[in-house]
Design a protein around this ligand. Structure first.
Ligand SMILES: Nc1ncnc2c1ncn2[C@@H]1O[C@H](COP(=O)(O)OP(=O)(O)O)[C@@H](O)[C@H]1O
Ligand SMILES: [Mg+2]
Length: 226
């Protein structure tokens, strides 16, 4: 099954800022793919569009073989809540909720009852090695731990794909490596597809496939931009 397909997708912010330009790529079930490229190359724009968090100006985006162009915003929201996980560079945890409550949150949006939410959130926290800190607030744990809470929150609904925007950008090398190991384990064990962006060669090397972006386009072999 195709999980994500971009067909000649462009996002024009304004006359001076082109987010992405005629971008086409395909991600299949269970793939572990990286978007590479320097700052401003369109990684965040592409990921936000892929996850249905942002709109686009031209082209077509298919998520789970359904065209986002033809779906209502409510239908996109529903699809995102049930099938997609997103990990932001800045974690975006809710500062006033505990670690456990943060991980429960996507389940609450789906209407899962509390006892079931707690059970699933605890199981996810165990998987990312954070069961000890479930009652702490995000401000009381380290950056690496916060990032793992964000991973648990993205995983807890059992999505088919997880998007992660520069997930290792704020982590030291060892913590970054451990986070990628965690991604890989979840990918292998649950078959979850991952699309993550980075400009760190060590992180990129762990991907099965790299989609190299430059100026909002895919950089071809030999560094040609087309
Ligand atoms: N909200 C925005 N308004 C205007 N221009 C933007 C906005 N977000 C991104 N851009 C522009 O789109 C291009 C791609 O940015 P971005 O997707 O953030 O790249 P990356 O994540 O690779 O750093 C850049 O030229 C950037 O200035
Ligand atoms: Mg970015």
């Amino acid at each position: 099954m195709n999980i994500l397909e971009f067909k000649e997708v462009s996002k024009i912010y304004n006359s001076d800022n082109v987010g992405i330009h005629g971008l086409s790529f395909l991600v299949k079930e269970g793939e572990f793919v990286a978007l590479s490229g320097p700052s401003g190359s369109g990684k965040t724009t592409a990921l936000n569009i892929a996850a249905g968090l942002d709109d686009f100006s031209e082209g077509e985006v298919l998520l789970f073989e359904k065209s986002l162009n033809e779906m209502s915003s409510e239908a996109v929201l529903e699809l995102r809540r049930s099938q997609v996980g997103f990990i932001f560079q800045s974690y975006n945890l809710f500062p006033v909720l505990t670690v456990l409550e943060n991980v429960e949150y996507p389940l609450a949006l789906k209407g899962v009852v509390q006892s079931e939410r707690v059970r699933k959130a605890r199981a996810m926290l165990r998987e990312v090695g954070l069961e000890e800190v479930e009652n702490r607030m995000p401000g009381e744990i380290s950056g690496g731990q916060q990032q793992r809470v964000a991973v648990a929150r993205a995983m807890v609904t059992g999505p088919k794909i997880i998007f992660a925007d520069e997930p290792t950008a704020n982590l030291d090398a060892r913590t970054a490596e451990k986070l990628l190991e965690l991604f890989r384990n979840l990918n292998k064990t649950n078959g979850t597809a991952f699309v993550f962006s980075s400009h760190d060669p060590r992180v990129l090397n762990l991907a099965d496939r790299i989609i190299p972006l430059l100026d909002g386009k895919i950089m071809g072999d030999g560094g040609q931009v087309h």
